[in-house]
Design a protein around this ligand. Structure first.
Ligand SMILES: [Zn+2]
Length: 153
């Protein structure tokens, strides 16, 4: 299924800042959004329980708490992100085998370059990785893809 990740610039900045902060370990987290909206809204940085430069793992207790919280708010994990600190922003074989959310955008950030980051998004469904374009917007309200730029009042 081809798609696009439309995401607010401030959320991209938060993800990149988290990845830079935890470098050289991998950073990971979730951006939750309303069920059915495909709109990432609530930034939730998580702890990398593995504290590893080559692997990430959500703490199982934290994850359970987060899923309960999202259930209560009618939210889903729209974006699941983590960083690669020495390699490109592409899902590793381990990432693919652990990917269990077919409707999530799997975001990979690479911090291997201290100046420039890579920020890419994928769908991972039954072991198949499909990269999708990332559209960074200032606000979801004014996000248009056509030439008509007149915002709805
Ligand atoms: Zn990875």
């Amino acid at each position: 299924m081809a798609g696009v990740l439309r995401i607010r610039r401030d959320l991209v900045d938060e993800i990149v800042a988290h990845a830079r902060r935890d470098h050289p370990d991998e950073a990971c987290g979730v951006i939750a959004g309303p069920d059915g909206s495909d709109r990432p809204e609530r930034f939730i940085p998580m702890l990398n329980a593995a504290r590893s430069p080559t692997f990430y793992e959500f703490d199982s207790g934290d994850l359970l708490k987060l899923y309960r919280e999202m259930d209560a708010n009618d939210e889903v994990p729209v974006v699941i992100y983590h960083s690669h600190t020495a390699t490109e922003a592409y899902p590793s074989r381990t990432d693919v085998s652990y990917a269990s959310e077919p409707f999530a955008h799997y975001v990979l950030v690479s911090t291997r370059d201290p100046e420039e980051h890579e920020f890419r998004s994928y769908r991972i469904v039954e072991g198949v990785v499909t990269e999708e374009p990332v559209e960074v917007v200032e606000s979801y309200m004014f996000a248009h893809t056509g030439s008509d730029d007149t915002p709805d009042a």
